[in-house]
Design a protein. Sequence first.
Length: 188
Amino acid sequence: MMQRSASTSPSRRTQPLTAASLPSRQCLGDAVRRHCPPWLQSEADDICQTALVRLLRKLREEPVIHASRTYLKQAAKNAVIDAVRSHAARERHYQQVAAVGREAEPTPEKLAADRELRHTVTAHVERLPSARNEAVSLYIDGHAIAEIAERLGCGTKRIDNLVYRGLRSLRDSLTTAGITPAALRATA
């Protein structure tokens, strides 16, 4: 009796994956559960379904997938990784929403302090040389460099320079007055 060599005998490991030879949902579910962290086990069936849908889509593109066992394990693992990332993203979103909800209306004291800080910054801006004062005022109001240049009838390079030097002078002036960048960000 003649024996087949290992390279010519079809083994389970080397059989290509096709839509007809798709493994059972249970087999894929087992692969998902092996990779699934304990806190995500309750969603294992949903993750398995996701992996199965992805496999079917892939088989629509490529009717035959070789190294099927490896491919199935990787598909299950990728579906679990995506579920973990999705869960983490949802958690971050919920925390951000909760943080926004915790932010209370500013107190009258905070409003008064913010108003006083704005007046102080405005006074320091007005102390800048006139060209820098105009450029920085418009820049702080949210205008783009090109728009400021058009308004003041100058080139963008000159306005860029005026804004840069004006902001540097303003920062130095405010620091000398004891106003830190952190205090400015707190009012924004």
